[in-house]
Design a protein around this ligand. Structure first.
Ligand SMILES: [Zn+2]
Length: 265
């Protein structure tokens, strides 16, 4: 079985409160051994950390997500800094941060994004970046303020757009988007960029894969994303999953061996 890392999933969300254990079990059966669960708002951070302490396979990030812009204010940046000051072995990134053209208050979004990029850089942590119709404005900010490492979550765009971030040393999160044949531009880009730039993700409970529209997404479905990616890149799944695991560990500065998360508790 392939060992997989879901590098972006919101399994702390309420959508999983009823059956979180079963969802994690199904994921384990599909080979998912690690999960990166991003922060989204100051209000959510304590609960996220509480859950992280329950599940040894979880890694987490802290950040202010543009979808929750109505809840954010500049004081939260100080709270974030304090939280980053508190050592936690599995706090591996700043995120989820970014710009979203479909959300309000673009000025506050921009200010929070820049300040969080700077924090990530200061704390030598990678950054998890959300984008929506904002790839072009995101790139110069990443270049100017961002840390050396990061990931463009749910990348969708052209090969040229992809390479701009790859050239900065950033990785691209590959998820459900590529399971839709109509996503030609993104599929072609992902087929062509260097393998070392790719990581897998589901964005659960969002971004259902093709064939499961309207359903809650789950980390177990990442196996389907792996299959599609192997087809697109014309490589075998075993060597592909090995490379993706390595990329994911590299992204979050983690030791590589899997399978010991479960026993070490
Ligand atoms: Zn997300």
């Amino acid at each position: 079985m392939n060992t997989l890392y879901d590098t972006h999933c919101h399994i702390d969300f309420q959508a999983f409160d009823e059956d979180r254990e079963q969802v994690l079990e199904a994921a384990a059966e599909a080979g998912v051994e690690r999960f990166m669960v991003p922060g989204v708002s100051a209000e959510q951070w304590p609960r996220l950390q509480q859950l992280v302490n329950q599940f040894a396979s979880w890694r987490f990030a802290l950040g202010l997500h543009p979808w929750f812009i109505q809840q954010h204010n500049l004081n939260h940046l100080q709270e974030l800094e304090q939280a980053l000051d508190t050592p936690h072995e599995r706090l591996r990134a700043v995120g989820e941060v970014g710009l979203d053209a479909t959300c309000d208050n673009s000025e506050l979004q921009r200010e929070l994004f820049i300040e969080q990029l700077k924090l990530a850089k200061n704390y030598r942590l990678p950054v998890i970046i959300h984008h929506r119709k904002t790839l072009e404005t995101t790139h110069p900010l990443v270049k100017q303020y961002g840390p050396e490492q990061g990931v463009i979550h749910a990348f969708s765009g052209s090969y040229e757009q992809a390479m701009k971030f790859v050239d900065c040393g950033y990785k691209l999160g590959v998820g459900g988007v590529i399971t839709y044949t109509r996503a030609q531009k993104t599929r072609q880009a992902i087929a062509k960029v260097p393998l070392s730039a790719l990581v897998l993700e589901t964005d659960s409970p969002d971004m259902p894969i093709c064939g499961h529209q309207g359903e809650r997404n789950e980390p177990a479905r990442i196996a389907k994303v792996l299959s599609v990616l192997a087809e697109l890149r014309k490589v075998d799944k075993d060597s592909l999953s090995e490379a993706l695991w390595k990329n994911s560990c590299e992204l979050f500065n983690e030791a590589q061996p899997a399978s010991n998360d479960h026993v070490s508790g």
